[in-house]
Every structure is written in structure tokens, then in C-alpha cells.
Design a protein around this ligand. Structure first.
Ligand code: SF4
Length: 344
């Protein structure tokens, strides 16, 4: 095993877990080369939540490989996606390394290290075939398994499937890649989609975004097959919208994270509703909103805070589309998943 490769670690928020050890490639050589090329003096490292525990060891390895006068710093801010760069640290370092996600937007300063999983995907795909109906199938995965995407496609084609894939919008780097807030890569001409990847976070979003498609989950990390069932989520969404229908005072959240800001959308709501108040914040948590005297909130930041964490807030938390329904601008049957497009 090379110095750059380490075992263990998980990316809880992208659905990967520690069911078994795996090897991550931190691409230290690439980082060292960039530091030397740029004559960098300060290097910033940002890890997703599940890999922060590996931060000190990666820092040690880099310190060993770099000249003594190069300072290596870690971001302690929470990080849930490539939308969530630590801009404070980024501005104060010469090289900024973001681990665990594929680029949402390229920049000379940032080195994205995707941390591909080396888990074998074909055994679980073999089991998933029992759940497929007919020969047309869409194929999607997450950044962690993108290194195996062509292998997945070929494997299915060799078994007689017509595999439908597409590259989503500019929020997504790769063909077939999904994010928790963007499933444009699943806008394909097939009634079923095979999701190959860890956890249920992404396929549940996919099923909410495309309720007309059967989403089969082949999870090579937890070695399980299931069908994404969005019903529970949708019930919660309807319940929140109903509760918010009586609201008078609305808190409209504008998220200041670099890739989560929807300024126009947030402002439009405030401009058209005298009882709406704009609240700016980075982490959107129940504690931070508790002291505001509001009847309901609209979150224009990460849609998954609304759908997945919504019940934890003391007042109904809606997506911008759900807000339009709650205030009577749209009918209830137009309720749909909140997709996030664009970058920054
Ligand atoms: S905005 Fe999208 S990419 Fe960012 S944390 Fe939320 S789901 Fe993930």
C-alpha cells in the first residue's frame, strides 16, 4: 500500500458507511506537485464530515513530504458537498484541497480529490438484475463510484440491457452523476433507474424528483438491494405544507455557503410578501432558528435540509415551491422535489 492510500473512513452524508474497510487515495503526490509548482506557503485541507478523523494523518503525511516552511491547515467547518467550500480558509491559503466530492466549479486555487471507492460493484449489480423489469434501464451513481461508471455500463450492456445515461447540468461534473439536490442525469427515456452506490440518501432524492420511475438501489458498500420508497417523505412534505398554510410571519432563509445561495428566489419571496423576512445564515440548524418569532420558514439553501431534517425544526420548513403552495399561489398537486441548478 502506498503512502497515499489509507484504509477506513466514511462519508456519512453521501451515504457511505464503515461496513467494511476500504482504501482511499488521497492523491498526496498531486497536492505536493501543486504546492511546489505554485511556490505555495499555505495549504488548506477540507474534509467531509465522515473523513475529518483522517485529517491529522493526511496532514502529517503532507508535512513530511513538503518543505518545513509550508503550513498545512484543516477546515473545521461542517462540509456536506462541493457546494460547501470553506471560503474563509480558501482565501487565506495558496492551495486549497477539497476532499470527497467532484468539482462543482473548477478554480485554479482548488484541488478536488474525489476519493473514489474501490468497492467491487458487479456482485451487487448481479443481484439487482432480479428487480429490473424489461431491457431499458437508466444508470446513475455518485462521485465516489464514478471511477467504475463505464464498467457498470459495459457490464449491463453485455447482459443485453439498453443503458440510458446523460450528463446533467453544470452542477454535475460527470455523465450519470447525481447529487442530493440534482438528478438531471436521470432525465432519461427509461421507466426504471439503477442507482449503484452507497446509502439511500441519493436514491431517495431521485425517487422524489422522478416519482414516475422505479428506482432500484444496488448498494455495494452495505451489500444490499432495495427499491427507493419516497412515500414517507412525501407524506411529511404534504403535512408540512398543510401546517404552514396558516402561517403569517415567514422567515426566508438565504444560505451564504458558496454553492447554496439562491438570492433572486429568496428576494422575490420577500418582495411579494410583507410578512416575510430575509434571514442569512451558513449552517441552517433548528437551534439557530428557534429564537426567531416566525410561524414558518422557507429554505432557499440546500433542499435536503428541508426534506430530510425538516421535522427537526420547531416550525414548518418548506422549499420555495412548497411555499408557493402554502400561500395559495399554486395548487397542492404541483408539489415536487426542490432541485438545485447552477453553481455560483
Ligand atoms: S446543496 Fe446539493 S450538493 Fe450541496 S449539500 Fe445540499 S444536496 Fe449536497
Amino acid at each position: 500500500m502506498s503512502q497515499q492510500e489509507r484504509t477506513e473512513g466514511d462519508l456519512r452524508n453521501t451515504g457511505l458507511s464503515l461496513k467494511h474497510d476500504r482504501t482511499w487515495d488521497y492523491e498526496l503526490d498531486r497536492i505536493v506537485d501543486a504546492v511546489e509548482e505554485r511556490g505555495a506557503e499555505k495549504v488548506g485541507l477540507q474534509f467531509p464530515e465522515g473523513l475529518k478523523r483522517r485529517g491529522p494523518a493526511v496532514t502529517d503525511d503532507l508535512r513530511e513530504a513538503l518543505p518545513d516552511d509550508v503550513r498545512v491547515m484543516m477546515s473545521g467547518k461542517p462540509c456536506y458537498g462541493a457546494c460547501d467550500l470553506d471560503t474563509y480558509l480558501m482565501r487565506r491559503t495558496d492551495v486549497f484541497v477539497h476532499f470527497g466530492h467532484s468539482p462543482m466549479k473548477e478554480s485554479e486555487k482548488i484541488i478536488y480529490v474525489p476519493l473514489f471507492s474501490n468497492v467491487d460493484v458487479t456482485p451487487i449489480m448481479q443481484e439487482a438484475l432480479d428487480e429490473l423489469d424489461g431491457d431499458d434501464v437508466g444508470l446513475v451513481t455518485t462521485a465516489q463510484h464514478m471511477n467504475k461508471f463505464e464498467e457498470m455500463r459495459t457490464w449491463l450492456e453485455e447482459r443485453g440491457y439498453t443503458v440510458h445515461t446523460r450528463r446533467g447540468d453544470d452542477r454535475l461534473t460527470h455523465e450519470g452523476q447525481v447529487l442530493g439536490c440534482n438528478y438531471a442525469s436521470a432525465d432519461i427515456d427509461a421507466d426504471q433507474v439503477l442507482y449503484v452506490g452507497g446509502g439511500k440518501f441519493h436514491p431517495l432524492g431521485l425517487a422524489m424528483e422522478h416519482p414516475e420511475k422505479n428506482v432500484v438501489i444496488a448498494d455495494p458498500v452495505n451489500n444490499s438491494i432495495s427499491i427507493a420508497d419516497q412515500e414517507q417523505f412525501m407524506k411529511q412534505r404534504y403535512a408540512s405544507v398543510h401546517k404552514a398554510m396558516d402561517a403569517e410571519k415567514w422567515g426566508v432563509i438565504f444560505c451564504t455557503k458558496i454553492g447554496q445561495g439562491r438570492w433572486e428566489q429568496a428576494n422575490e419571496i420577500v418582495e411579494n410578501n410583507d410578512n416575510a423576512y430575509l434571514i442569512t445564515m451558513d449552517e441552517v440548524t433548528p437551534d439557530r432558528l428557534r429564537n426567531f418569532d416566525m410561524d414558518a420558514f422557507v429554505n432557499t439553501g440546500c433542499p435536503r435540509i428541508t426534506t430530510d431534517d425538516g421535522p427537526r425544526f420547531h416550525k414548518p420548513m418548506l422549499t420555495p415551491g412548497e411555499y408557493e403552495i402554502a400561500v395559495g399561489n399554486k395548487p397542492l398537486d404541483e408539489l415536487e422535489f426542490d432541485t438545485f441548478h447552477g453553481t455560483w
